[in-house]
Design a protein around this ligand. Structure first.
Ligand code: UGA
Length: 439
């Protein structure tokens, strides 16, 4: 019977996974090399914003089912299952995935394990990694214990991490044996009891499912944004277009929201890492379309600058409020954030940029300290020549012209997420531009 679980890496994915495994009734130890992180997590203090997660961690630290340590050795003889949930960031100066952390975690674990156990990779990796690690683990582990590897990609979204982990749309496991699959079925028994689709397959398919899902989502977003470029030129309504094609159940309406495009720590890096991997495999031609998706995505950011110039003329010395610098709402993550990139581009074009984000100011300020950061929407918009909405937080979606008309210097608004009602703003006398709409 599976009782004890370790989770190696307590970043976004690992901290969520550890807390959710405790919620399912397992005894869980989260392991990380960073002592400060461990100390904070033990108190339920997260270094990132994720709704519901701090409460879940505190509850299970208090219940005694969850603890955190830097001591990897201590879990080697204790856990039945070890999850590897370390990061695979984009390589510094390259486009491939940096596998240093995954490799180190697998080797250190293999060396520390003193009882029969299963290592389960959750990190997003280039195809071929699991098979390579499987051999490495066999070489590095003791001869008197049986240690095997499975790959179990994660599909959680930031902002919904707990919900997605506890109630996933599907579970995918790449396994080398029926016995390993049986262990994972036991770990995920609760989800299986709700008839969650269970996909048991080989390593390569499991690894590819993950990047294929993210590549598909990125493609959907860039697809609608390519049509935005057309409607911006010829007229037409991009939202109606998305609704209309989305009614076709083969297409579906989700991820067809036109706007300033995708960002974050996953979609952009994953499509680049996938192209790099297929290129290594001599299969460049298969994924060249992803380069196009990336370009469409980045063009959206420049379009915001062009539209701003169209509204204001020269941007030098003009005061611009940027609303939202996290890559999406319900997150404080500014990695590859379209909103933050836009703010920086406007700044580089000479504008005085004032940023307000409900959660992201601190992280954004670390990246681009020269922008102005303020604590409220009203402060950002005060005396602004132009207000740009870049992340669709509820607070911004609820904005009406009356909220801002006595605050701004000029009634100019650019809705880069296409979430406001253009007619309402125009009839209140605003110059109102929107991505996806002719201006
Ligand atoms: C994404 C995937 O959705 C998860 O399934 C996956 O597990 C995760 O990456 C990962 O690989 O770890 P996440 O990065 O949290 O999750 O964010 P998404 O909700 O996918 O949004 C990504 C970006 O696309 C955001 O910048 C968002 O604003 C943008 N987006 C999304 C659009 O521009 N339009 C849409 O219609 C949807």
């Amino acid at each position: 019977m599976i009782k004890n679980i370790s989770v190696i890496g307590t970043g976004y994915l690992g901290a969520t996974h550890a807390a959710c495994m405790a919620e399912l009734g397992f005894d869980v130890v989260g392991v990380d090399v960073d002592p400060e992180k461990i100390e904070h997590l033990s108190r339920g203090d997260l270094p990132f914003h994720e709704p519901g997660l701090p409460e879940l961690i505190r509850r299970h630290v208090d219940s005694g089912r969850l603890c955190f340590t830097t001591d990897l050795e201590s879990v080697g003889g204790w856990a039945d299952v070890h999850f590897i949930a370390v990061g695979t960031p984009q390589q510094a100066g390259g486009t491939g995935a940096d596998l240093t952390y995954v490799d180190t975690a697998a080797v250190s674990l293999a060396q520390a394990i003193t009882k029969d156990s299963l290592i389960v990779g959750k990190s997003t990796v280039p195809v071929g990694t699991a098979r390579r690690l499987s051999s490495l683990i066999a070489e590095e582990s003791r001869d008197d214990v049986s240690v095997s590897l499975a790959w179990n990609p994660e599909f959680l979204r930031e902002g919904f991490a707990v919900e997605d982990t506890l109630r996933p749309d599907r579970l995918v496991v790449g396994v080398g044996s029926e016995a390993d699959e049986a262990v994972l079925r036991e770990v995920y028994a609760e989800a299986l009891s709700r008839e969650t689709p269970w996909v048991s397959t080989d390593f390569e398919t499991a690894e590819l499912v993950k990047v294929a899902a993210n590549a598909f989502l990125a493609t959907k977003i860039s697809f609608i944004n390519a049509f935005s470029e057309v409607t911006e030129t010829v007229g037409g309504d991009i939202r109606t277009l998305a609704d209309a094609i989305g009614h076709d159940t083969r297409i579906g309406r989700k991820f067809l929201n036109a706007g300033v495009g995708f960002g974050g720590g996953c979609l952009p890096k994953d499509i680049r890492a996938l192209q790099t991997r297929v290129s290594e495999l001599g299969l460049d031609h298969t994924m060249t379309f992803l380069n196009e998706m990336d370009q469409i995505n980045l063009r959206r950011r420049e379009r915001v600058v062009t539209l701003s110039e169209q509204i204001l003329g020269d941007l030098a010395g003009r005061r611009i409020a940027v609303l939202g610098v996290t890559f999406k709402p319900l997150s404080d993550d500014v990695r590859d954030s379209p909103g933050l990139d836009v703010a920086n581009r406007l700044f580089n074009a000479g504008a005085d940029v004032f940023v307000y984000d409900p959660e992201g100011n601190a992280n954004a300020a670390k990246r681009f300290p020269r922008l102005g950061y303020v604590d409220s929407l009203a402060e950002a918009a005060r005396d602004a020549d132009l207000v740009v909405l870049t992340t669709e937080w509820n607070e911004f979606k609820a904005l009406t012209p009356a909220d801002l008309e006595d605050v701004v210097a000029a009634r100019n608004f650019l809705d880069a997420r296409h979430v406001l009602d253009a007619g309402q703003w125009e009839s209140a006398g605003w110059t109102f531009a929107q991505l996806g709409r002719m201006f």
